[in-house]
Design a protein around this ligand. Structure first.
Ligand code: PXL
Length: 277
């Protein structure tokens, strides 16, 4: 696939360096044509800002899908992130069904929670709907909180490999074919990602940084998608995404008071060179 075309469905947070304002530049930089379907438009993201506006675009999805069907528009991959409503999830499933090329790849980031808690506005019904979307996934890219919510397994901050494998098995029994499980730390000072593909487990360990910033899950998933669609193996894509995200977090630490997002733009050349290696 020399010039693949993908669709990503997630919100536009006008300010906040997350979701589409991250996915579009990162995947484009990887050399992939990136089409977008905004799930909602918010004045900012919901983590740390208050009083944000929220325009739900659920009702636009069926007519968009009908138009694409009429035009015969199809994608090599569909990647979903933060969605705007529980009702929207079924529309997203319909869009994947009708617009994904045969043999196309579905990547689902169940962006709905972190640090043991759902993001504002999401509830158990949304989690249940997200389970049905994950059943369609070639790759799910959850963090620990999202994986625990999806599987009903108790959320822990200290754990071992057996616990991680139990969660992955539960995700696979929901229907997800492969799992890229982010933020898995087995040792103090280290963080990592577990790559489960076709029954095999691999682990890529990287630095745990002391500063954390918002939106790194979206940076990670977008870089993973870009690298995967450019033909990297899932392990290499997971490794490149991790190395890129770590560099973005380091770059952000140089900035004072940059709490709402990560400085991913100046690090894009590094991502591009890793993709071209
Ligand atoms: O980064 C995930 C995300 C995406 N979009 C919106 C969010 C969040 C996390 O809080 O609020 C609107």
């Amino acid at each position: 696939m020399s010039y693949p075309k993908i669709l990503t469905i997630q919100d536009i947070s006008c300010v906040g360096q997350c979701s589409l304002t991250v996915a579009l530049p990162i995947i484009s930089a990887c050399g992939v044509e990136t089409c977008v379907l905004p799930s909602a438009v918010l004045s900012t993201h919901t983590a740390g800002f208050s009083g944000y506006t929220f325009r739900d675009l659920t009702d636009d999805m069926p007519p968009v899908n009908e138009h694409w069907k009429k035009e015969g528009i199809k994608f090599d991959a569909v990647y979903t992130g933060y969605l705007g409503s529980t009702r929207q999830v079924q529309y997203v499933i319909d869009i994947i069904k009708s617009s994904k090329k045969q043999g196309g790849v579905v990547i689902i980031d169940p962006a709905m929670a972190d640090n043991g808690k759902l993001y504002p506005g999401f509830d158990d019904d949304f989690v249940a709907a997200m389970r049905t979307l994950c059943a369609d996934a070639d790759y799910v890219v959850p963090n620990m909180t999202e994986a625990c919510l999806l599987t009903g397994i108790e959320y822990k901050t200290e754990y071992d490999e057996a616990y991680v494998k139990k969660i992955i098995e539960a995700l696979v029994s929901l229907g997800a074919r492969n799992v890229i499980f982010t933020g898995i730390s087995y040792k103090k000072g280290k963080n990592g990602v577990v790559v489960y593909e076709n029954g095999n487990y691999a682990y890529y360990e990287h630095e745990m940084l002391s500063n954390s910033c918002h939106g790194t899950g979206d940076i990670y998933a977008s870089a993973f998608v870009g690298a995967l669609i450019r033909g990297k193996s899932s392990y290499d894509a997971a490794r490149i995404a991790a190395d890129y995200t770590v560099e973005c977090i380091k770059a952000t630490a140089e900035e004072e008071n940059h709490w709402y997002g990560a400085k991913f733009e100046p690090v894009l050349p590094k991502l591009i060179s890793m993709i071209n290696e």
